[in-house]
Design a protein around this ligand. Structure first.
Ligand code: DGJ
Length: 700
């Protein structure tokens, strides 16, 4: 038996580093000048057989130079730099000596040191068994004992696609109430920057992208895709040059920031993960979902509870009796978690006051929160609490006591967004206060679930008197992550929902310490279809919180049937957000039945494999299959009907031609070949907002 090829290897004679995953090979070669250069990322092949990558000095105007694994500013390099440094004498850039490699398990480190200055870098790579994802990051160390080094840019990694006939870029854009809109556009010969300058991941762009040659489809074609695990400001620059190469470099921070690296200090970047998929956009998404479950989420195997949250129903108008009435109804319907949202604390009767004062509002909860928490538990539900720990209103005891705790520049007017300022978690005392406060709440009220919200971006960032003020952009985010990690460690049962005014902070960094994300404040089911479609490019359905709310929808005014609202929300982690006190008995009964049905398909939605489908006639669908292919749930939606045409049968491309499947609701049995190649008749009801859930079980 030949020995299995190791997942990670380095051949010192060839200067060749190779990472192997089930569907790809990634290879780097150390150039004669000491710089690691990209060699291959794509289908399996023997990289040793590939020609040496050319260095920029090999031809005038560097026409054939191979891309660096992390481009520095020296030499004939004119594209976007992944590392920009300045030494005390004014010299910029780095010229590397390659010191060697280090391999441990699935991890490879390429060790570099500047030839003349006290700067060392490690380019780090990690692969995990059974996954096509390559995780990359950089560690930059000041190895001297003298003057600090100024870092203007430190990316996690640069990625390079092979030369393709053309390039197309898929990415996510949006805004508040319209997050995760998938855009798929021809990539211009230019530098295209995707970024957030907001100090949070942002509603407007997400640090995920996919690249293909313009011909990939949901089911076929080669796709290269990357995602940055960072919840603060970030920047990814995609560079397509006129010669036909496309590279992209990305990491934390936006342009114009600089960090001071003190002697002996190391800067660690977040992980920038990438994968190659030969199976189209659907294959790429499934590979991401597997990665998020196996390597990112803290407790991926636990079911996400059906939650009730009254925010849309009551707004700030919360009190003990009203919440209890809603809790009793939610429990009757089958909810498993009751979340008390904004308005329960301090002087919070609107968005002008109270943030920062995390004690129950006496007029609303005269005996504190304990009676509500106990009653929710007695009703058989877990108890959840909304917090926005990074924020403060000027009208709060916290601000009056510590006006200097907010992120501010003393000589600039402070911008208030939603009437609030942001606390500076980069200050250890503030981080400690936030951790203490949250820890107290969790203990005092037996909180099972924290909804951690953040409703503004960073402005007037400054740290008066601090020698390295821009560190704030890194340190605040790291503190948010650290507090979440500590809370989870100290309270093993506690679960956290990531939220930032809807989906403003959803990324692989925050998901490493949370269980799900509030996808969007927009709960209109028609809008949600495209929001959920974009979300699913990277994130699995179990992380996608989806509520059924009232109709007409509060954001859009659109009226939709309860069943349609449920079916759309059942494609993720189902929740309820309507004013149940106003639902009719018939609606409550219908909701009870649909929640019970959701619980039946929950293992498929939350732990199965997702396939995105379409059929002529405006139908889109999501198909969830169990890992063994035995059980299937398909949720199909047709938001608008056109000309009264019947929609075409939905082809279930993920089924097995040779198997037989039983429709659990109609009793029909089908051959897999028929369902795959002809499709299933959905028999959607006439009119707009039609939907159907199809459940299939393999019978042979
Ligand atoms: C924004 C969130 O996205 C909403 O769900 C809600 O929690 C409000 N904040 C409360 O202020």
């Amino acid at each position: 038996m030949p020995a299995a090829t190791p997942a990670v290897s380095f051949d010192p004679a060839l200067g060749l580093a190779v990472l192997r995953t089930p569907n790809s090979v990634y290879a780097v070669r150390i150039g004669a000048d000491g710089s690691p250069r990209h060699l291959h990322w794509g289908p399996a092949l023997d990289p040793a057989a590939l020609a040496d990558p050319r260095s920029p000095a090999d031809s005038s105007f560097e026409a054939e130079a191979a891309a660096d694994e992390l481009a520095v500013q020296t030499g004939a390099r004119f594209g976007p730099a992944g590392l920009q440094v300045r030494f005390a004498d004014g010299t910029t850039g780095a010229q590397w000596n390659f010191l060697g490699s280090r391999i441990a398990g699935g991890e490879l480190r390429l060790r570099l040191a500047d030839r003349r200055y006290p700067l060392a870098a490690e380019l780090c790579y990690r692969v995990r068994p059974g996954s096509d994802v390559i995780e990359r990051w950089t560690e930059l160390t000041h190895t001297g004992d003298d003057a600090p080094v100024t870092v203007h840019r430190l990316d996690s990694a640069s990625w390079t696609a092979p030369q393709l006939a053309d390039y197309r870029l898929s990415h996510l854009v949006g805004g508040w109430n319209s997050e995760f809109q998938l855009v798929r556009d021809h990539l211009p010969v230019a530098e295209t920057t995707l970024t957030s300058r907001r100090g949070i991941t942002s509603h407007h762009a997400n640090p995920w992208l996919a690249l293909d040659d313009g011909t990939a489809t949901e089911q076929h074609g080669e796709v290269w895709s990357t995602a940055l695990a960072w919840s603060g400001s970030w920047r990814i620059t995609v560079h397509r040059d006129p010669v036909g190469r496309t590279t992209w470099t990305g990491g934390y921070g936006h342009e114009g920031l600089s960090w001071t690296l003190a002697p002996g200090e190391t800067l660690h970047t977040p992980v920038f993960a990438g994968l190659y998929s030969p199976d189209g956009f659907g294959g790429a998404s499934r590979a991401w979902h597997t990665h998020v479950r196996s390597a990112v989420l803290p407790t991926p195997d636990r079911d996400l509870p059906v939650l009730y949250n009254s925010w849309e129903a009551t707004g700030f108008d919360v009190d003990h009796d009203g919440q209890l009435r809603l809790a009793a109804l939610a429990a009757r319907l089958g909810a498993e978690l009751f979340v008390l949202d904004d308005g329960w604390f301090g002087a919070r009767t609107g968005d002008r006051a109270g943030l920062g004062d995390w004690t129950p509002r006496p007029e609303a909860f005269p005996a504190g929160l304990r009676p509500l928490a106990d009653e929710v538990h007695r009703l058989g539900m877990a108890f959840g609490l909304w917090v926005e720990p990074e924020m403060v209103n000027r009208d709060s005891d916290l601000y009056r006591a510590h006006p200097d705790w907010v992120i501010h520049t003393p000589t600039r007017d402070a911008t208030e967004l939603r009437n609030q300022l942001m606390l500076n978690f980069a200050v250890p005392e503030v981080e400690a206060w936030a951790h203490r406060t949250l820890d107290r709440l969790v203990r005092e009220y037996d909180v099972d679930w924290l909804k951690w919200d953040a409703n503004r971006a960073v402005t007037e960032a400054g740290r008066p008197g601090h020698p390295d003020p821009d560190r704030l952009w890194i340190d605040h985010t790291r503190a948010v992550h650290r507090i979440m990690d500590r809370l989870r460690a100290d309270h093993p049962g506690l679960r956290i929902e990531a939220c930032a005014g809807g989906g403003g902070r959803v990324d692989l960094g925050v998901l490493a310490r949370t269980d799900q994300a509030w996808t969007s404040d927009n709960t209109d089911p028609v809008d949600r279809i495209s929001i959920q479609h974009g979300f699913s490019q990277l994130f699995p359905a179990q992380t996608m919180a989806s509520w059924v709310t009232d109709s007409p929808n509060v954001a859009t005014g659109r009226t939709t049937p309860l069943r349609f609202r449920f079916h759309v929300a059942m494609a993720g982690a189902l929740g309820l957000g309507g004013d149940l006190l106003r639902w009719t008995e018939q609606e409550l009964d219908e909701a009870t039945a649909l929640i019970a049905r959701y619980k039946e398909i929950r293992p498929l939605v939350q732990h199965g494999r997702q396939h995105r489908l379409t059929a002529a006639g405006g139908v889109t669908a999501v198909h969830y299959a169990s890992e063994d292919g035995a059980d299937h749930a398909v949720l199909a939606f047709r938001p608008t009907t056109r000309f009264g045409h019947r929609s075409a049968p939905l082809r279930l491309s993920a089924l097995d031609d040779r198997a037989r499947y039983l429709d659990l609701d109609t009793g029909h049995e089908y051959s897999g070949a028929v369902l795959r190649h002809r499709g299933i008749e959905l028999r959607l009801p006439a009119g707009d907002h039609a939907s159907r859930l199809v459940r299939l079980r393999r019978t042979g």
